[in-house]
Design a protein around this ligand. Structure first.
Ligand SMILES: Nc1nc2c(ncn2[C@@H]2O[C@H](COP(=O)(O)OP(=O)(O)OP(=O)(O)O)[C@@H](O)[C@H]2O)c(=O)[nH]1
Ligand SMILES: [Mg+2]
Length: 329
């Protein structure tokens, strides 16, 4: 059985699984842009030929799967269609889903999305360019792990933007978790140091460090991340155990460029793609993984603290490609 039928059997009509529905709903725009075009394409051709693959490639690129990956997928598909004598467009599109899956699953490190609490405290550093959703994601993660019984503490490492500390303080009080912060314009590395020290003293399980938004081209600000890293590792062995880069899902391929630059300053253990509810470019997730080898660990699908989903490849592909079965019916 191909993945297409597998996903269909597994998820279609599974209304009781709330997270399947979240994916379905959150990826509506992307699905409209991608699955509908794919469907329309397969209806126009009775047999696939070179122009079919050209059109397919364009659809993939428009959905932000990335040029390199789009080309690779189409080449693999063409190869498969010749070797296995597949000429029916619908079958090719099903094979595409298989390839997307395999490609994601085999690029880069093995995937474990949830934070593993192998050391105490476990430190999570959160970084990214301005306005991508870092602070909101931190609140969502704090909510998630607090609900799992973990002792969570926040560090307001954005000492740059006016109002940033206040924003995190509001989340901390809403979530009822402790927060460490410094005076305005203080050195973020020193606030991180205070946070690490306090987390050790208070037996915290998860210390989440917020950072100021920074453009990946500003080298002095990028160096500052290096300093925060060094301070954390000095105070807590192996810290930060996790470094998440937050990417705005609506920015498309620029997100991949951001990730490349951030990865150079500090190793990334995961990516969180936010605002997936507002983008038609859901393909970005596949291209991040294959171009960077860094897994997407979580997806932001709204502004509320519960609007965070652990990334699940099969649910994602289902939401991106198949979730419209009901809509069509
Ligand atoms: N629709 C939607 N909005 C989101 C999501 N995540 C964050 N936002 C919104 O994006 C805006 C910016 O979020 P912040 O969390 O402040 O972003 P930030 O990266 O911390 O911003 P800076 O600290 O200024 O760099 C806010 O209005 C959030 O509510 C998401 O998954 N979906
Ligand atoms: Mg922020």
């Amino acid at each position: 059985m191909g993945l297409f039928s597998f996903l269909k059997n597994k998820f279609v009509g599974k209304k009781e699984d709330k997270s399947v529905q979240t994916y379905e709903k959150g990826l509506t725009k992307s699905r409209k842009a991608f699955a509908s075009k794919l469907d329309e394409l397969s209806k126009r051709y009775s047999k696939v030929d070179s122009s079919y693959f050209e059109e397919l490639e364009e659809i993939l690129i428009e959905s932000d799967v990335g040029v390199a990956l789009s080309l690779k997928l189409c080449e693999e598909l063409l190869d498969k269609s010749i070797k296995e004598k597949i000429s029916e467009p619908k079958k090719i599109n099903e094979a595409l889903i298989d390839l997307m899956f395999v490609d994601y699953a085999t690029s880069g490190d093995s995937i474990q999305n949830e934070i593993s609490f192998n050391s105490k405290p476990t430190v999570l550093l959160v970084e990214g360019v301005n306005g991508v959703g870092k602070t909101t994601t931190i609140a969502k993660l704090a909510y998630r792990y607090k609900n799992k019984g973990k002792k969570v503490m926040l560090v307001a490492g954005d000492t740059f933007r006016a109002g940033a500390v206040e924003q995190l303080k509001i989340w901390a009080s809403r979530l009822d978790v402790p927060i460490v912060y410094g005076s305005p314009n203080s050195d973020p590395a020193s606030v991180a140091f205070d946070g690490a020290k306090k987390a050790k003293e208070e037996g915290v399980d998860l210390l989440i460090v917020d950072t100021a938004g920074r453009q990946q081209t500003k080298s002095n600000l990028m160096q500052e991340l290096g300093k925060i890293n060094r301070v954390l590792s000095k105070e807590i062995e192996g810290a930060p155990q996790e470094t998440f880069l937050v990417i705005d899902g609506t920015t498309g391929q620029n997100g991949v460029l951001q990730a490349k630059a951030f990865k150079e300053v500090s190793p990334l253990t995961g990516i969180v793609v936010t605002k997936m509810d507002g983008t038609s470019k859901g393909g970005i997730i596949l291209s991040i993984r294959t171009e960077l080898g860094v897994p997407v660990r979580f997806m932001g699908l709204g502004e509320k603290m519960e609007d965070l989903e652990e990334f699940d490849l099969s649910k994602y592909l289902y939401g991106l490609l198949l979730g419209n079965e009901d809509e069509q019916a």
